[in-house]
Design a protein around this ligand. Structure first.
Ligand SMILES: [Fe+2]
Length: 328
């Protein structure tokens, strides 16, 4: 092991993830390696910034969420392939780009939030969301949001475009209203009796359950249960948060060390816990709170397959007029 005092260097991180989520990890990284970290945080535009900075970009790595944004960075041409035995051993292949351009660090599932009062069933499938029994009872955010597109792309991968189009039209007709708002707003709508089920990412349950700033969110959370779709068969759709190495990284060796560190057991646990997510490294446990929402069986479809079907999914959303809401 290198002596921290002898190690040198720094690594520049462009992060869409909030400092509160990553700072404890970065502190641990610096303690272990002696490598200093510099973070630039923004909620948008970082990929474009790296692109604009070109060969002079100080960015070594970019941390972001969703396969759409990770693969989007690869498509923009601002990434470089990472080849690491450590990373390959820690992160299952389905959560990495086959060419090494993006690496998943945590997973989050896109689940059904269901009213405890008005929904009796304790299991569900994505397919049945198009069933007439849900007429007027579903709430969701925009069909074009990256989280929605990830799920719809997984439907395209499993069922093909034609079946997915039919399904999307069926779900659209079951909506209680036009898609709007974020994932938490849908749970609020369930709490208010405006709909009975919604689609949302798992970690929002944790964010609502522990929200001291806006304690009414605890009531929203308390009015629903999480149903993990398709547990009986292929499993629940999961997406990732992850990291890319910038194409013109001025400190590639330090950047690689950071990426390897983020894939380690200790970092995986801390990082996943910070945002109520799941570690991607097998054998690292989710937090007690996350486990309390129920057993998850993740769909093993490679995230690269989801990336490949995003465009089709987005076209289908427009084609069926998903965001126009129910047709009658
Ligand atoms: Fe989110």
């Amino acid at each position: 092991m290198a002596t921290p005092a002898l190690a040198d260097g720094e690594v520049n991180i462009y992060s869409y993830r909030q400092p509160v989520l990553i700072q404890p990890l970065l502190d641990a990284f610096t303690k272990e390696t002696g490598i200093k970290t510099n973070v630039i945080f923004a909620s948008d535009g970082l990929a474009e910034r790296i692109q604009a900075e070109g060969a002079n970009s100080p960015a070594d790595v970019m941390m972001t969420v969703d396969i759409g944004r990770l693969d989007g960075a690869k498509q923009l041409g601002i990434t470089q392939p990472v080849s690491s035995e450590v990373v390959n051993a820690n992160i299952p292949a389905e959560f990495r780009d086959p060419e090494g351009h993006w690496i998943g660090l945590t997973t989050r599932a896109r689940v059904v939030y269901a009213s405890k009062d008005r929904v009796e069933q304790d299991s569900i499938t994505y397919e049945e969301l198009a069933d007439e029994k849900w007429r007027g009872r579903i709430c969701t955010r925009s069909g074009q949001h990256v989280y929605s597109i990830g799920l719809f792309a997984s439907m395209v991968a499993h069922h093909g475009a034609e079946k997915t189009e039919e399904w999307l039209a069926g779900v659209r007709d079951n909506l209680a209203s036009k898609p709007s708002g974020n994932d938490r707003a849908q749970v609020k709508a369930i709490f208010a009796g405006e709909c009975d089920i919604s689609l949302g990412n798992t970690y929002y349950m944790g964010k609502m359950q522990t929200n001291e700033k806006e304690p009414e969110q605890k009531d929203w959370a308390n009015s629903v249960k999480i149903l993990f779709p398709n547990t009986e068969e292929r499993g629940t759709h999961v997406n990732i948060s992850g990291v890319v190495m910038a194409k013109n990284a001025p400190h590639p060796a330090e950047a690689l060390k950071l990426i390897e560190f983020l894939s380690s057991d200790a970092a995986q646990q801390v990082y996943a816990e910070a945002n109520y997510e799941y570690p991607v490294k097998p054998g690292v446990a989710a937090s007690e709170r996350v486990k309390s929402w129920g057993e998850i069986k993740p769909d093993s479809l490679p995230l690269a397959e989801i990336a490949n079907n995003r465009k089709t999914a987005s076209e289908l959303v427009d084609k069926v007029g998903f965001n126009d809401g129910p047709s009658s």
